[in-house]
Design a protein around this ligand. Sequence first.
Ligand code: ATP
Ligand code: MG
Length: 462
Amino acid sequence: MTSNVFTKLLGAFFFLLALQMLVVELVFHRIWERTAVDAQGLLGRDLLWSALVGLAIALPAAAWISRRVAARLRRVLQFARRIAGGDLNARIQVAGEDELTQVEAALNQTAERLGRNFAEMESGRAELAVMLDSMQEGVVAITSSGAVRWSNAVMQRIAGTQLIAGRPLVHFIRDPELLACVRGALERNVLSVGRASVLAPGRIFEVNAAPLPAGGALVVLHDVTSIEAAQKSRREFVANVSHELRTPLTSIQGYVETLIEDPNPNSETTLEFLGIILKNASRMKRLTEDLLALASVESPDYKLKLQPVRASVLLRDAMDYVGGRFVDSGVGLQSTGAPDALVMADPDAMHQVFGNLLENALKYAKTGKRIQISARPLASEVQFTIQDFGPGIASEHLDRIFERFYRVDKARSRESGGTGLGLAIVKHIVQAHGGRIWAESELGNGASFHFTLPQAPMADQP
Ligand SMILES: Nc1ncnc2c1ncn2[C@@H]1O[C@H](COP(=O)(O)OP(=O)(O)OP(=O)(O)O)[C@@H](O)[C@H]1O
Ligand SMILES: [Mg+2]
């Protein structure tokens, strides 16, 4: 049976009433017995006594009961205040079966459930923070008034400063395109997309600012520097290829049209024109072959057949490979220093590397009359050098000559049949071997092309 506080108080009241009646009954019994003596005086005095005795018993009892109830209510109130203050680990001791006990138990349950929910929310928040920090994108949430609400670690790195919550975003970020995008999302309440190019030097970001349902906006920054660079390089490549193909094609078309339209063809002119057409066709064939070679070495599927080869053997093969052409040109080809060290190399790919470098030396440095080819061992690599004594290359071109289609003197290079792809192919092959390639030169003092190949592991050494 469940009793409640009211029943308890009612019970106490009836108990006191019964006690009072018992006292009155006892006193009246005595009164009746003594009525004959002094009926009026006795009745008045005994009634007063009975009332005083009843009060003397009832008052402390009532005070005790109300103090107990008040003390429990105070405990419940204190407990409720602790929970309201955020102390969700607080619990109240539950004893008994009345309604106050039920209130205590319900409050305990509420505190427990709140604690659980709060812990779940906290762990969810922590997970979200880790997720946001591990993202490649910079993320910042802003309030409807444009103040920073929170931001992830990437965003702080991009901005180069800590984005303090509560401060206006404009205090930390000055990129006008990004700020315009954020304003768009806040004012028009629609997804606003833009491109930030002055936020971090040399980097370009795609900006997405999305309005949040409860006001404010979420701004996401995606680094598109490499994508844009790749797109630019592809556009330039297509433009270059088209240009390189159009020049010989226009020439071929022009000469063919002239030949067709000539009513009295002269065999000498015809032969001359056909010679020009053949030269242009060969040039186009060379260009397509170089393009195919470049596409092959740039492809992720490009596989080298690496094997341990002596550096001296690579040098000797290279000389045999181009030797004939040097004899015809009258330029001397010497090999100096050929270490026995073993390198990991694909001999066919090495023919392409030496072929291109020696052909360049022959093409652009013929005036030097001699070309040296050598190798020297380094700590874990072997460095190969092709040195000529021709006109050399101005320092501003030294890094760029390894770019596709880059030629120091376009007209001259085209005249000599060059497409500007040779060194780009060579660079890819050397890098695919795990090596490095660079050029050194002083105008008028010839040029040296160096590249390295990794030495074969000890297990492969004889
Ligand atoms: N030994 C050298 N001396 C002077 N300039 C050179 C030398 N080697 C290369 N160059 C310069 O570097 C440019 C790029 O060389 P690369 O081999 O890539 O192209 P190319 O020789 O013009 O054409 P390709 O090799 O594709 O037929 C050349 O056009 C030339 O201007
Ligand atoms: Mg070349």
